[in-house]
Design a protein around this ligand. Structure first.
Ligand code: PMP
Length: 415
C-alpha cells in the first residue's frame, strides 16, 4: 500500500535530527522497489530482465561527441547560459513535428514545455493539479515511478484493470462513476496507452475514442504518457489520444528514441495548463539544460534520426522475439504472457499461488532478475505477476535468462 495522508510518520532513521521536521508529503516519497533491484541486477553474472534501460550502445557516440563539441565551440555562450523556463523555441518546433508522426496535427510550439525527461513533466502536472487527498485514476498495473510521484503529492490512487487491448473502458466508466458517487471525483486519469510500462500492452484503436469520451463526460483530465510510441515493431506509429482530443495533456520523451542521459522530455498541454506548467518549471529548475536541448535540436536537424529509429526498432524487435521464443521453449504450462507490438516489456502471469516477490531471491541466486508485479500496483495486487524487459541484454543472454527463470519457476511449482 502507498502511504496515505493520515499515515503515521516514518521512523526509519531514528537518529535523523530532522525526522520531526519533514513535510507530510515526504512521507509519501517511496524508495522504488524497482530501482533498489537494479543495484543487484547490474552484477555482470546476472541476466537482468529487470531494468528498462535503453540500449545506448546502438547510438553512434562519435557523431554525438562531435555534435556536442561543435555546439560548445560555436554556440557555447548560448548552450552554457541559462535558458527560458519553457524551453528552447527551435526544439519546441521540432517536438511538434515529432508528435505529428502520431497524428497530432494541431500542436503549437507555444503549448509545449520542455522538461528534464518526461518524468519531470509528470511531476509538474501532478504538482499543478493534485492537492493532498485528491484522487488519481491509473491503469493496473502502471508505471512505478508515476505511482511514486502521485504518492509524493499525497494523491489517492484508484486502479482500473487492463487486458491485452489496454485499459477496459467499461471498468474505467464504472470506477469514475463509483468515485463520483463516493463524493471524490478524480482529477486525472494517467495512462500509458502505447506499449505500456509495465504490461507491454497497447490500447486498441476501438477503445481509444471510448476512453476519451468517458473521461470527457466525467470531467477527468487525461494524462497521456507516451515515451515508447515511436518504437513500434510493425507498420505505422499508433495514433496518440491527444490527436483526437486537444484537452489531453500529452507527455513525450527523447529518452527511448535518442538518449535518456540528455534528460529531454516534454509536455504538450492546453494553453492555460501550459502556463501553470511553465511557472512550476521555473521554480523547479529555472530552465531545462540549454546544452541538452540544443544537442537534441541539432541532432534532429542534422543527423539521420529516421535511420537511428529503425536501428532501435530492429534491435528491440529482435530482442522481443528472442524473449518470446525462449518463453515458448522453456516455460511450463499455466504461465501466460502477451506479445508487445513495440517498447521494452512483456508481462508474465504465473499460476495463482506462486509469489513472484518471494521467488526473487531464488531467481537472483540462479543469476536472473525480473521485477515482481507488486511494485506496479498501489494496492496489494500483482503477487503472481512479473515484468520482463528485453531492451538491454543481447538475444543470447535473454534466452539464457529465460532458461534460468523457467528453471526457478519449475522448482517453485513442484515445491
Ligand atoms: N513514463 C514511462 C511510462 C516510462 O517508462 C519512463 C521511463 N522509464 C518515463 C515516463 C520517464 O522517462 P524520462 O524521464 O526518461 O523521459
Amino acid at each position: 500500500m502507498q502511504p496515505q495522508p493520515d499515515d503515521p510518520p516514518d521512523h526509519s532513521h531514528p537518529r535523523d535530527p530532522w525526522r520531526t521536521h519533514y513535510a507530510q508529503r515526504a512521507q509519501g516519497m517511496l524508495a522504488s522497489e524497482v530501482r533498489a533491484l537494479f543495484a543487484v541486477a547490474s552484477r555482470p553474472e546476472i541476466v537482468s530482465l529487470a531494468g528498462g534501460m535503453p540500449n545506448i550502445a546502438a547510438l553512434p557516440l562519435d557523431d554525438m561527441a562531435a555534435l556536442m563539441s561543435d555546439l560548445v565551440a560555436r554556440r557555447g555562450t548560448v548552450a552554457l547560459q541559462y535558458g527560458a523556463a519553457q524551453g528552447d523555441a527551435g526544439l519546441r518546433e521540432s517536438i511538434c513535428a515529432v508528435m505529428a508522426r502520431e497524428g497530432i496535427a494541431d500542436a503549437r510550439a507555444d503549448d509545449v514545455v520542455v522538461t528534464a525527461g518526461s518524468q519531470q513533466a509528470l511531476d509538474l502536472v501532478t504538482r499543478v493539479f493534485i492537492d493532498p487527498g485528491d484522487t488519481v485514476v491509473t491503469e493496473a498495473p502502471t508505471y512505478v515511478t508515476a505511482l511514486n510521484t502521485f504518492a509524493a503529492f499525497q494523491a489517492r490512487v484508484e486502479h482500473v484493470p487492463l487486458d491485452r487491448e489496454g485499459v477496459i473502458p467499461e471498468a474505467l466508466a464504472a470506477v469514475l462513476a463509483r468515485l463520483r458517487s463516493e463524493g471524490r471525483p478524480p482529477k486525472l486519469f494517467y495512462t500509458v496507452p502505447t506499449f505500456q510500462n509495465p504490461a507491454g500492452v497497447t490500447l486498441s484503436p476501438a477503445r481509444r475514442q471510448q476512453v476519451i469520451d468517458i473521461c470527457r463526460r466525467a470531467g477527468v483530465l487525461v494524462l497521456e504518457d507516451n515515451p515508447y510510441g515511436l518504437l513500434h515493431f510493425d507498420g505505422e506509429p499508433m495514433r496518440a489520444l491527444r490527436a483526437d482530443d486537444p484537452d489531453v495533456v500529452y507527455l513525450g520523451s527523447f529518452s527511448k528514441t535518442l538518449a535518456p542521459g540528455l534528460r529531454v522530455g516534454w509536455a504538450l498541454a492546453p494553453t492555460a495548463v501550459k502556463d501553470k506548467l511553465v511557472l512550476a518549471a521555473e521554480s523547479a529548475v529555472l530552465s531545462p539544460s540549454p546544452l541538452a536541448q540544443m544537442t537534441v535540436e541539432t541532432y534532429l536537424r542534422t543527423q539521420p534520426w529516421e535511420d537511428q529509429l529503425k536501428v532501435f526498432r530492429e534491435m528491440y524487435r529482435e530482442r522481443r522475439d528472442a524473449l518470446l521464443d525462449a518463453l515458448h521453449q522453456y516455460m511450463s504450462p499455466g504461465i501466460g504472457w502477451n506479445t508487445p507490438g513495440g517498447g521494452f516489456f512483456v508481462w508474465v502471469t504465473l499460476p495463482a499461488g506462486l509469489d513472484a516477490q518471494a521467488m526473487l531471491p531464488r531467481a537472483i541466486g540462479t543469476r536472473v532478475a525480473y521485477v515482481p508485479g507488486t511494485g506496479f500496483y498501489a494496492d496489494s495486487n500483482g503477487r503472481h505477476e512479473m515484468r520482463l524487459s528485453y531492451c538491454y541484454p543481447t538475444p543470447d543472454r535473454i534466452r539464457e535468462g529465460v532458461r534460468r527463470l523457467a528453471e526457478v519457476i519449475r522448482e517453485e511449482i513442484t515445491l
